[in-house]
Design a protein around this ligand. Sequence first.
Ligand code: C2O
Length: 572
Amino acid sequence: MSSIPLSCSTTIAAVSQFSSRPNNHHKTRTHKFEVRCNSQNDETAPANKIDRRILLLGIGGLYGAANLASADHSPAFASPISAPDISKCTRGTNLNTQQPLDVNCCPPVSEKIINYKLPPVKTMRFRPAAHLAGKEYIAKYEKAVELMKALPDDDPRSFKQQANVHCAYCNLTYEQTGDSDTKLQVHNSWLFYPWHRWYLYFYERILGKLINDPTFGLPFWNWDHPDGMFMPDMFARKGSPLYNPLRNPNHFPPAITDLRYFGQEAADQSKVIQNNLVEMYGAMVRNVSKLEDFYGARYVTGTKPDPGAGSVERGSHTAMHVWVGQATPTGEDMGNFYSAGREPLFFSHHANVDRLWSLFRGLRSGSKPRDFPDSDWLDSNFLFYDENAQLVRVRVADTLENEKMGYTFQKVDLPWLKSRPTARVKKSKAAANSKAANAAETKFPVKLDKVVQVLVDRPKKSRSKKDKENEEELLVIEGIEVDTAKFVRFEVFVNDEDDKPSELIDKAEYAGCYSQVPHKNSTKVKSKIRLGLTELLEDLDVEDDDQILVSLVPKAGGEDITIGGIKIIYAA
Ligand code: C2O
């Protein structure tokens, strides 16, 4: 068993050689990444870990604090999400049926809670790419899952209880500690990566313990690499404990996974692999120069569920959930949060999401930290049962380095790093000829039951290289209201003059997407997405334009989506 770090000391000039533009433009931005290994997280620890409550009081007393806090609808005394009181768990509900279906996914209650300390790493666990795993490994993994399924249902380590963990945290069965009016949801916010990392961590350790193998690591579904873009064979064999009949029957091998899946098969299958790579490039590189755009929106005590998902979560992650689940409104098992944890493939899907997080942290531009230096994130905490069936409290701050948590990933190529798209039409003033209304004059909210096109003003133009380094230009689509019990998806294109978005999905005009896995909601949810534009505008050669034409193209459930507004902002 070897432990291979993600990748060491390689500097990748990811972009310049793939840009189709003649390289004579002084404003062209290139990404230079240093992929580092064994990086210490000291530099990413909160530099100014001042208690936010004290800070708010210091600025303007109580009154000032209330004013400040109203901006993100969080209470004045913002505090990190704290582990829920699991004894108050209520039933989860699958709302998207004729008759709402109650599901009891509450965990066993335990009086004793241990504050979890990461154990010293003696042997590193190794997570292989599922499609590269050998016979021996697969047999071991099957054995472990079989033993987990054989545990009594009330054992918190049983497969059934492990599946329930996802339902309970993701289907609004818990109230937030400190705000009993608000439900806890770990998706569609900055809790997405760390919560799922802990979930897999204990799942993996339970499996390892059952087969008495401290090196056991979960296989990751390498759907970001062409060789891994199909359901891994080990999950597709009838009779295996890794098999699940509740899947879309059309998506067993050799069907190619579609990271832009919208509930229908892509018209041109020969393009899906390339589209997938462009999707990954956007989600990992192009649209995420600001941390929030990768991780998701701020979420603290009092924040309503679903404030905004990061790029991978709402894009490829959601697509693969829905692609695996049945093509029914409820989408069991993978295509609905209440049932996703019942799908053995879920854990390999999320092992890949987890790996993408580690890769993102390793793709550093200079020495900038790639975690929020914010105690409201780092101090967030959750409860899980560990491999010894003890209830433990775990913190986000302990999740930052997978190696410190005792596992590494098999190293594979990252072809998406070189998949910067080119423009279909490259010319300035393209938006000037459009008859679309200006966003400022458009009456929002608008329903997305058809393609919506608006012109959006750019408050700053002809920005220098330095301006671009200092501030990312972001397209913000806000006040997004959806029926969260349904699968919805829309895509965003810039300067799509000919109104042929289907021809653009692997082109630079594609700016990103919104989509979500069906789940229970409580109140009306208002979400937003932010799409980095700096590189896109260079690719289209429109840096000097006053406006861009934005097309919002509904792909699934458009009649259940409304948009509250569109604007361009600059984030330092
Ligand atoms: Cu908790 Cu991919 O979902």
